[in-house]
Design a protein around this ligand. Structure first.
Ligand code: COI
Length: 355
């Protein structure tokens, strides 16, 4: 693979905004990484000024949905130098998604190097305020101009960056959905495919209109087993132990999910991945053994759950999430190098990564 060429922007837009006070996805850093796939290989990896990209009206992603994405964050680490959190995990998951969607794999070492070089160049865009970070959005889509139905032969892989503040500033309310589904066995649920999010938009808007923050997705067969939340995985604490739905093929393998499992175990808690039913949650709430719930995701971090609306009932959680808050604190401290990183999760942007 060729080396990454860099064309710096002639003028930074950094002075137009306060990176510590913008919400995610509203401002974008000066540069983007772009790489093209043609003739069976990835080529021309480059960092250039962020700008719109011309798209053919028949670009296949627009019609047949070969589009996948990732999300990870750069944080201001010690001395203010930017660091990435577990970027290799995102590289692997991108390729897992690509395989399911009939798309080519992207070289994992180039994925990490591109993130490092982009963040190194746009380091002024990494916020320093507590709970803020530079959200990085790697994505791949079919940009071949063709209207027949088959796997595309031309793709683009792009990374852009957007400064992000905290996603939720309070405990959240979830709506357990018993009409619509997000994913079914054999479908694309464990891929981070754009279409999964498209299918979630209408149910999410309906849940918001009812006063909820996000949808709690249930299994497609019985609407009984919990899968995940709109933009997160979910953990419950019942009788002192943590459970989270197992990765059954329709649940996204969250990087924050796996990090939180490691941290909870390190804190001495038992964490079990297994099917979790609404019946179990309702019974635990009724007999007083339901202690906490929180969602985990890159964009949201850790979102403490206040309540679940289910059919005509409300499942309320006790006030206070002592463990959720402690895991959140510890995870953020590791990500920002305020505490030691015993698991080797943090990757500086200006040194080569050993795979
Ligand atoms: C992320 O947490 O990175 C996500 O992909 C959520 C996004 C849909 C807001």
């Amino acid at each position: 693979m060729e080396t990454i060429t860099i064309t710096p922007s002639s003028q930074s837009r950094i002075h137009d905004i306060d990176v510590n006070r913008v919400s995610m996805g509203t401002s974008f850093s000066d540069h983007m990484f772009v790489c093209d796939y043609a003739n069976g290989q990835w080529q021309n990896p480059r960092i250039e000024p962020l700008a719109p990209i011309a798209t053919h009206p028949s670009a296949m992603a627009l019609h047949y949905g070969q589009a996948i994405f990732e999300g990870l964050k750069a944080y201001a680490g010690k001395d203010g130098s930017p660091v990435l959190f577990r970027p290799q995990e995102n590289a692997k998951r991108l390729n897992h998604s690509a395989a399911r969607m009939g798309m080519p794999a992207f070289p994992e070492d180039l994925f990490v190097e591109a993130l490092q070089k982009l963040v190194d160049l746009d380091r002024k865009w990494v916020p320093t305020a507590d709970g803020s970070s530079l959200y990085l959005r790697p994505f791949m889509y079919a940009d071949e101009a063709f209207t027949g139905m088959r796997a595309a032969t031309h793709y683009k892989f792009i990374i852009f960056a957007t400064p992000a503040g905290p996603y939720f500033s309070r405990r959240i309310r979830l709506f357990a959905e018993t009409q619509y589904i997000r994913a079914a066995q054999g479908g694309t649920g464990e891929a981070k495919a754009a279409g999964n999010y498209a299918a979630a938009i209408l149910p999410t808007e309906k849940a918001k209109a009812r006063g909820y923050d996000q949808v709690l997705w249930l299994d497609a067969h019985d609407f009984e087993y919990i899968l995940e939340v709109g933009t997160m995985n979910i953990f419950f604490k019942i009788k002192g132990e943590f459970v989270t739905p197992s990765l059954d093929g329709s649940v996204l393998a969250g990087v924050t999910r796996s990090s939180v499992m490691t941290l909870l175990r390190d804190m001495g808690f038992s964490v079990t991945e297994r099917p979790v039913s609404m019946k179990e949650i309702r019974e635990a709430a009724a007999n007083g053994t339901l202690e906490e719930a929180f969602g985990t995701g890159t964009a949201v971090g850790i979102a403490l759950v206040d309540e679940i609306g289910y059919q005509d009932t409300h499942i309320a959680f006790p006030q206070g999430n002592p463990v959720g808050e402690e895991v959140n604190r510890r995870l953020n401290a590791i990500k920002t190098q305020k505490e030691a990183d015993p698991f080797g999760w943090v990757v500086p942007v200006n040194v080569p990564v050993l795979q």
